[in-house]
Design a binder for this molecule. Structure first.
Ligand code: PGA
Length: 251
């Protein structure tokens, strides 16, 4: 059966000492509590090694927020999947709408990144989601399923089984406007059906599909209560241990 996962995405927030302090607080909370989901924090590249060294990564997974589309070489400023893995991190968030929108990441680039992440033993948390105008036109299911068809549905069965999907409607990210529990469930169900069609009912049943977009302690329980919502990818509310733990303990 699939896992429930709550993953934080710190984005470009926290200097090194603040980041380590937050990671240590979460590590201590998780050591003391029996939680019913896998917990991951997505930290800036530059903090990965320091944070991974300070926490029990079997209880608090550490994730990068991106990786290079090339394995190694003359790519000034880039960080490879292999480098990420060597820090002790186990996950990488790929295809976040901010990367797609501000850094021009398209399916071709993302396919290379997903392949490199998998080759290096990282678990991709692969993001998809529609903009407001698509939602308003009523074509959101088709749009998001096509995002997956162009990318992760090209993976072999063995590789697809290793990824986590995060559905993040762009209109809900950082806006305070959350998808309703019904909207989230409807999309997650459609995605699971598309996975069943692309692979098999068994693989669909075993794939964790997270919801992201203004998820907070006050709405996490209602969102996670849906049969096809297996957790969350959390931005703003992952920046304090009180908020993040409020979401982690919503299961
Ligand atoms: P938010 O961000 O929780 O601040 O809306 C979610 C995300 O972008 O991953």
């Amino acid at each position: 059966m699939r896992k429930n996962v709550v993953a934080g995405n710190w984005k470009m927030n926290k200097n090194l000492s603040d980041g380590i302090a937050l990671a240590k607080e979460l590590d201590a909370e998780l050591a003391a509590k029996d939680v019913k989901c896998d917990v991951v924090i997505g930290v800036p590249f530059i903090h990965l090694a320091s944070v991974a060294a300070e926490v029990d990564t079997t209880k608090l997974g550490v994730s990068a927020q991106n990786c290079a589309a090339e394995a190694s070489g003359a790519y000034t400023g880039e960080v490879s999947a292999e480098m990420i893995k060597s820090t002790g991190a186990g996950y990488v968030i790929l295809g976040h709408s901010e990367r797609r929108e501000y850094y021009g990441e398209n399916s071709e680039i993302l396919n290379k990144k997903v392949a490199l992440a998998l080759e290096n033993g990282l678990t991709p948390i692969y993001c998809c989601g529609e903009a407001l105008e698509i939602r308003e036109s009523g074509t959101q299911n088709e749009y998001v399923i096509n995002q997956l068809k162009d990318t992760v549905f090209k993976l072999s069965e063995e590789d697809f089984k290793k990824i986590i999907i995060a559905y993040e409607p762009i209109w809900a990210i950082g806006t305070g406007k959350t998808a309703t529990a019904e909207q989230a469930q409807e999309m997650h169900k459609a995605l699971r059906e598309a996975i069943a069609e692309a692979y098999s009912a068994e693989i669909a049943d075993n794939t964790s599909i997270l919801y992201g977009g203004s998820c907070k302690p006050s709405n996490a329980k209602e969102l996670f209560a849906n049969p096809d919502v297996d957790g969350g990818l959390i931005g703003g509310a992952s920046l304090t241990s009180a908020d993040f733990m409020g979401i982690v303990t919503a299961f």
